[in-house]
Design a protein around this ligand. Structure first.
Ligand code: FEO
Ligand code: CA
Ligand code: CA
Length: 631
């Protein structure tokens, strides 16, 4: 049997749920090349003239008066070369240090991490989790708290003694404990930043933490199970990928590839995938043995349990006793992150990507309005959900998902959001990863990481995926960042104009569109943009999760990396290279902006502890040697 636990989530889905070869694309190359003229131009928007401040202030939308012409490309560093080694590199004048590694204690009763054997199951929910991803920093009562996601497990690393044996009940418990979310207090002392062990704020939220549903799908028949006949409560949040932060100080964690945790234990059991299971990739074969030991993960026994994952979950980091809430109004899909911005009207706008080949980009707009210090009741429960439709004339429209437009009931639209988006004809995208809103200009960016099926295969719902304006390359192996400017500088508006901020590519050995856009050159090559944040000055920080073979079409790109982009000039410089095998993902800043926190996920080499030790997913701090701000 194929060892499913070792594949990446997208490769696993591709093997388990192959797409039919349905598309004809005779005219694709001609169409794509004809776009090259406008694709090469980077439209100058944005500004560095007005800095809106940090935290809550940076979430507020800007008015046109706050926009100016030039960001001035005042990068404080020289771009660095690629690397293929097992450590981190940053520019001259910057230093990096380890803050938190998988297995580091959050509480003093945790057993110390063993560099060869990892962490025992008894301590597995008392330590920093595995595969760090999205994170946000919160200033609470003079303390600094980081909430950070732990996306998925790495079996060889987390269960180093498992060998070829099946998953035991203890194995499953350990895996469930090391994923989810950590909330931890951090502080800077004489030796740099450290976790504040035993802080009352420290908390692990994992695959068995009780939480509730809210919003229009709460209590829906499709959320009811034998353990929860009301469809109102659920255990756990899973495959926590990107993040978000609200102006009222809560953390949003986004459930991405939840489907792989479900299966059917008994090979003789009757199982046939429903339309919903097929669209979301839920099948009979689980990746991590959950279904063998816990009945709720066996879809032949609890067919509604998978419907209870794939949501955005709100967590209050300031209150360690609070119950996380799954906010169903933002839909169910393979959520990447949740980028919150307050429109001029006060409405809460949340941009949301669904990271799967040929799936969609979404926007939630609250019906109510946010006022600082006012009630936030219902702001993430009562609103409208839209899917993006991009036109080739560089305009676009947000299509509302309603019973009238989709033919589905209100709850089903949220539970089977992908089908609703297909029904209204949204634009299929090249795997929407993070969305980031510029705090100093009315514009938003989405990383479209790559899509080998573009122009070749339909998505899982059978929607054809011909090349189109924002997704202009057949078999797109490099990815691009698309940007949109909402009509009237209003993120709540139904329309927008869009352009391409960058098309990754390789000008050294590729032709045509695969060379990348004009702001890609031999000095800043990268592929597969993924994590993204825009700092208080408007600089776009781009993190990659791509092919780090450094060969063939990826020659010259080296390890995964983090780059900085200027929204006005389009200039992009490489700021950091990660250890080989790793993905760079997750980015936030200290309250004083003098420290940047960056996540290193699934290093392939024994980073950061060195030869003979297990590789450990790690959050590092980066500071300027002169102590100046880094964001
Ligand atoms: Fe978890 Fe799409 O990255
Ligand atoms: Ca990602
Ligand atoms: Ca990715």
């Amino acid at each position: 049997m194929t060892d499913l636990s070792h594949l990446s989530a997208d490769d696993w889905d591709e093997i388990k749920f192959p797409r039919p070869d349905t598309n004809e694309f005779d005219d694709v190359v001609e169409r794509a090349l004809s776009r090259r003229g406008f694709l090469s131009g980077v439209v100058a928007f944005g500004s560095g003239a007005a800095v809106m401040g940090t935290g809550v202030g940076s979430l507020l939308s800007t008015t046109s008066a706050a926009r100016a012409d030039a960001h001035a490309a005042n990068f404080a560093f020289d771009g660095i070369p690629i690397q293929t080694d097992a450590t981190i590199h940053v520019p001259e004048g910057y230093d990096w240090n380890v803050l938190a590694r998988w297995g580091d204690p959050l509480f003093s009763d945790a057993e110390p991490f063993d560099p060869v054997n990892g962490i025992p199951v008894a301590s597995s929910d008392r330590v920093f989790g595995e595969n760090t991803d999205g994170m946000e920093l919160f200033a609470v009562d003079g303390k600094q708290l980081i909430a950070v996601n732990h996306e998925y497990p790495n079996i060889d690393t987390n269960l180093p003694n498992k060998g070829e044996n099946g998953f035991t009940a203890d194995d499953v418990t350990l895996l469930q404990n090391i994923q989810g979310v950590t909330v931890m207090e951090v502080a800077e002392g004489a030796d740099g930043w450290e976790i504040v062990i035993d802080s009352p704020y420290n908390r692990r939220i994992h695959h068995n933490t009780p939480m509730t549903f809210a919003g229009p799908a709460a209590g829906h028949d499709m959320l009811k199970t034998s353990a929860d006949p009301d469809g109102m409560t659920v255990l756990g949040t899973m495959n926590n990928c990107g993040s978000g932060i609200t102006p009222w100080g809560t953390y949003l964690t986004c459930e991405e590839n939840f489907n792989g945790y479900f299966g059917v234990a008994d090979p003789e059991a009757e199982f046939s995938a429903s339309e919903g299971f097929a669209r979301y990739g839920v099948g009979a074969e689980g990746r991590y043995g959950y279904e063998l030991h816990q009945a709720r993960f066996d879809v032949s026994r609890e067919p509604n349990e998978p419907n209870r994952f794939g949501w955005v979950v709100e967590i209050d980091p300031a209150n360690p006793d609070s119950t996380p809430v799954k906010r169903t109004a933002m839909g169910r899909f393979k959520h990447e992150n949740a980028e919150v911005v307050i429109a001029a009207s006060g409405q809460v706008v949340v941009y949301l990507g669904d990271d799967e080949r040929g799936e969609y980009l979404y926007k939630y707009v609250s019906n109510g309005t946010y006022t600082e210090g006012g009630s936030t009741e219902g702001l993430l429960d009562d609103g409208k959900l839209f899917v993006a439709s991009f036109n080739d004339d560089m305009t676009g429209t947000w299509l509302e998902l309603t019973p009238e437009t989709t033919g589905m009931d209100a709850g089903e639209i949220l539970i089977h959001t992908r089908m609703a988006a297909s029904a209204v004809g949204g634009t299929t995208m090249d795997r929407p990863e993070w969305v980031a809103v510029n705090p100093v200009a009315a514009q938003a960016y989405v990383s479209l990481t790559n899509n080998k099926n573009r122009g070749i295969k339909a998505n899982a719902g059978g929607d054809e995926t011909p090349v189109n304006g924002p997704n202009p390359r057949e078999a797109n192996n490099y990815g691009q960042i698309v940007r949109w400017m909402p009509d009237g500088d209003d993120h709540a508006a139904p329309g927008f104009a869009w352009d391409l901020f960058v098309m990754a590519g390789n000008p050294t050995n590729q032709d045509g569109l695969y060379k990348g856009s004009d702001n890609v050159n031999s000095g800043n090559l990268f592929n597969s943009p993924d994590g993204m944040q825009i700092d208080t000055t408007g600089t776009v920080w781009i993190q990659t999760d791509g092919d780090d073979s450094n060969e063939d079409e990826f020659d010259g790109m080296g390890n995964n990396q983090m780059l900085a982009g200027d929204p006005a000039s389009g200039e992009i410089r490489r700021f950091l290279t990660g250890p080989n095998g790793s993905e760079v993902t997750g980015l936030t800043w200290s309250s004083d902006l003098r420290t940047m926190f960056v996540g290193i996920q699934h290093p392939g080499a024994p980073f950061p502890d060195g030869q003979g030790a297990l590789p450990r997913s790690t959050v590092v701090t980066i500071k300027r040697s002169d102590g100046a701000a880094v964001g």
